[in-house]
Design a protein around this ligand. Sequence first.
Ligand code: KG4
Ligand code: ZN
Length: 342
Amino acid sequence: MTEPLVLGIETSCDETGIGIVRGRTLLSNTIASSMDEHARYGGVVPEVAARAHLDALQPTIEQAVAEAGIRLRDLDAVAVTSGPGLSGALMVGVGAAKALAVSLEKPLYAVNHLVGHIAADIVTPDSEPLEYPTIALLVSGGHTSLLHVREITTDVEMLGETIDDAAGEAFDKVARILGLPYPGGPQIDRAAVGGDPNAIRFPRGLSRASDMAAHRWDFSFSGLKTSVARWVEQHEGEDLPVADVAASFREAVVDVLVTKALDACEERGVPRLLLGGGVIANKRLREVALERAAARGVTVRIPPLSLCTDNGAMIAALASQLISSGRRPSTLDFGADSTLPV
Ligand code: KG4
Ligand code: ZN
């Protein structure tokens, strides 16, 4: 079998994602998001997300199948995110995937969500094949991870992760401090228009020489968030320069993400950087990454946003690679693992 037809199920956070791929070709990528239901809480509520997946799975599968123009019985395999992510949300996807695979009598592949983000590149339409090795920077509301990918099916090394908040979570929390609605990323972007990114020097987490031994490739954003909160508090009663605060905060996040990612490229001798995750929607992040990477001789790959945010196509794409590499299917005794390592 050279070009396996795979349906991927993604439910690790608030997106119910169903994607269908044939080999490297994307056939459909359908998303139902419960984001609006979380908006009034200012962040993803696990129980709400799990229930929303339960409601959304069947119609989303039907839509993805219709858009791909296939029949379920033609599938060669079913794939599902088994972790990392929110336990309850993952369980809904894993249960659905097992039911689908058993009823269709198809092999089932349990895959890692973070490695899935890397596989998004593989089904990016009209792209050259992903070259190895590559450094990958994945930034979303749930994770901030730096990985060294020597080969996607056999050799992915986690270099570092956030030790507290994810980068997207920091955008969401700082937006709240500034009185802006959820999700915070696009709001901060809008508020930062015309602001001076150097107006306030907010801290770059885990970037001091003393942090390097234990946290060379890790990230921390909770100190930054606290620092913004303190700054706002200290200037209470004054006319808050929201654009300057938003631009300066965003610059601190972007600076630390891009600096660590490019340092990893240099130190590991890898002239390639792949970006993924919903925070990649940030124009300033893409701009700074492209500019500084060019100066350091690193090429940057950025899949389209629909493949950067959580989706099922990346899960199907990873399983398709695993099948082509000869990997055997998962046995049905796996479960959801909220802290699954790469
Ligand atoms: O990958 P994603 O869609 O899913 C989850 O992690 O749930 O990422 C969502 C995150 C949110 O925290 C949101 O605030 C952030 O990505 N985000 C952004 C932007 N657009 C979305 N962060 C910064 N700048 C943006 N333009
Ligand atoms: Zn993700």
